[in-house]
Design a protein around this ligand. Structure first.
Ligand code: AMP
Length: 559
């Protein structure tokens, strides 16, 4: 790393940025590593080499051309993890269509908003998943389905023309089966190949809706350049190579799946291994053991669920080496257990956000252990960072402030929302993350929390993360989240939600007694609640605002 000044680090690298599109990347890797295993999807029995994956992607891409999809058109995907998702990711990229990731947890209201906001002309979706009937939800929004000829004309979804379903058997009326699309493109494969060189790596290629906690989801728009390079440097930090097999239990609609998973693998000719449609800890353990996976991704709660699974000891995890823990603060204890009990001796932590493709910080397999478990590593190559106070001034090393990032990884902007884009990216092209962090003299970064999660108790700044880390060290505590709740005397008070280990019991006083004399009095949780679970998004992000709302309601409720 060079250019390190007080609080301003410029990640440098001997390795230049890649200058290619997602489609050209897949073609290059398939040419060089055609016989290597590319994709395993356990629940579908899929095992494809890189040559086969490219073939599947190109056939589907040709089918999309036959459906009238052109460069720059938006193609939505609304599905849990499966082979079709991966094919769609690369097929759209091959013809320059913009892939629009739609959260499978979204329902009609959010779906309608997202499809219309970015003007999707095609929606590819799973027919059903668990209790969700996606076909019924689409029909609710587009009752005209099946009555308007080949192309849909729906009053509430004016841009949408084609519905493609992922499922077994015949598609519902007015919809096309995923498998049939490839057939429609027979004879157009040459067009797909010819399109490649006309595409530019700065073109938008992917829209991901950010999980904003207030207001409507925003469509972070990413270019080939954003995600190809991010995937590449993420894989470099894990030292991925063609012999690696990465187990991906995180959702594909989120960048954790499609960039930290898929693109990290494809840039290094490693295999993408999917244990199931959605996270299930036993399936992950079984997949790692049976597929001899060398790497494993997850948000911290996934690793906790795997480590604490009653059958944990039955599985041989000796093939594991590396992986990424990310998405929310990664407790030191959980990192230590992943290293000690899962053989993840080269596991790394990544930090980032959808708007930065997503990763801006990551530790490296070589990062000394104490820093690997306690920091998010150093700034990624070719990315810049500064930490600023509320006036926008750079703070000294070790001082918390807002983390700003700049460089190739910053999104093009929010789709059709110049105002929100200006709020997020300033005139100097710095992305304002809304996260509080510190940087030490060597450039190691610690995420202190979200700016809006910081507790101000009687004028004292309290960082929930610090208290969470401390409470984790209690042997009865399995998981803990700290929030600020309104308090008439101090403005805010510290509140802890605690999940105990199986079979343990504890009182609030016992927890407070554990804190006495070990952390400052004002950090000791005034309110303690023992819970079985935290409110969480499907990507494993704890929704602290829901916890705050609930506590505020409970505390003001009449006794
Ligand atoms: P998303 O855009 O859904 O990926 O969410 C990004 C947010 O997740 C960041 O702004 C952080 O608040 C949080 N986050 C991601 N990775 C980490 C990490 N390693 N440590 C702490 N917070 C993280």
């Amino acid at each position: 790393m060079t250019g390190l000044t007080q609080s301003y680090v410029h990640g440098a690298s001997d390795v230049p940025l890649l200058g290619e599109t997602v489609g050209a990347l897949l073609e290059r890797i398939a040419a060089a590593h055609g016989d290597r295993l590319a994709l395993v999807v356990r629940q579908q029995g899929v095992r494809w080499t890189y040559r086969e994956l490219l073939g599947e992607a190109d056939r589907f891409a040709a089918g999309l051309l036959a459906l009238g999809v052109r460069r720059g058109d938006r193609v939505g995907i609304w599905s849990p993890n499966n082979a079709e998702w991966v094919v769609t990711q690369f097929a759209t990229a091959r013809i320059g269509a913009i892939l629009v990731n739609i959260n499978p947890a979204y329902r009609t209201n959010e779906l309608e908003y997202c499809l219309n906001k970015v003007g999707c002309s095609v929606l590819i979706f799973a027919e059903r998943f668990k209790t969700s009937d996606y076909v019924a939800m689409v029909r609710e929004l587009a009752p005209e389905t099946g009555t308007t000829g080949d192309e849909l004309r729906a009053a509430r979804l004016p841009h949408l023309r084609r519905l493609v379903t992922i499922g077994d058997g015949a598609p519902p009326p007015g919809m096309i089966a995923f498998a049939a699309v490839a057939g429609m493109g027979a004879g157009r494969m040459g067009e797909v190949v010819a399109l490649g060189p006309t595409l530019q790596f700065d073109d938008p290629i992917n829209i991901q809706f950010t999980s904003g906690t207030t207001g409507r989801p925003k469509g972070a728009t990413l270019s080939h350049h954003n995600i190809v390079n991010n995937g590449f440097f993420i894989g470099e930090c894990m030292r991925l190579g063609p012999d690696d097999r990465l187990c991906i239990p995180v959702p594909l609609y989120h960048c954790f799946g499609m960039v930290l998973g898929n693109l990290a693998c494809v840039t290094h000719a490693a295999a993408m291994v999917f244990p199931g449609e959605a996270f299930e800890p036993r399936a992950v353990l079984e997949t790692v053991a049976e597929e001899r996976c060398t790497a494993l991704h997850g948000v911290p709660t996934m690793f906790i669920a795997e480590l604490d699974h009653p059958d944990f000891g039955h599985f041989d995890l000796s093939s594991l080496r590396t992986g990424i823990m990310a998405g929310s603060p990664c407790p030191i204890e959980v990192m230590k257990r992943a290293i000690g009990q899962m053989n993840l001796r080269e596991i790394t932590i990544a930090y980032g956000m959808t708007e930065t493709s997503p990763v801006s910080f990551q530790s490296h397999v070589d990062t000394p252990l104490d820093l690997r478990v306690s920091t998010v590593g150093t700034i990624m190559p070719h990315v810049e960072v500064k930490i600023v106070d509320s006036e926008g001034r750079i703070v000294p090393p070790g001082t918390p402030g807002e983390l700003l990032t700049r460089g190739y990884c910053v999104m093009l902007g929010y789709w059709d929302d110049a105002e929100k884009t200006r709020d997020a990216i300033d005139e100097g092209r710095w992305m304002h993350t809304g996260d509080l962090a510190t940087l030490d003299e060597r450039g190691y970064c610690r995420i202190v929390g979200r700016i809006k999660d910081m507790i101000i108790r009687g004028g004292e700044n309290v960082y929930p993360r610090e208290i969470e880390e401390f409470l984790y060290s209690h042997p009865k505590v399995q998981d803990v989240q700290v929030i600020g709740v309104p308090d008439p005397r101090y403005g805010e008070e510290v509140c802890a939600w605690v999940r105990l280990r199986d079979g343990e019991t504890m009182t609030a006083d016992e927890l407070r007694a554990f804190c006495q004399g070990r952390i400052a009095h004002y950090k000791i949780p005034r309110h303690v609640r023992f819970v079985d679970a935290f409110p969480m998004t499907v990507t494993g992000k704890i929704q602290k605002y829901l916890m705050r709302d609930q506590m505020a309601a409970d505390l003001t409720a009449p006794p």
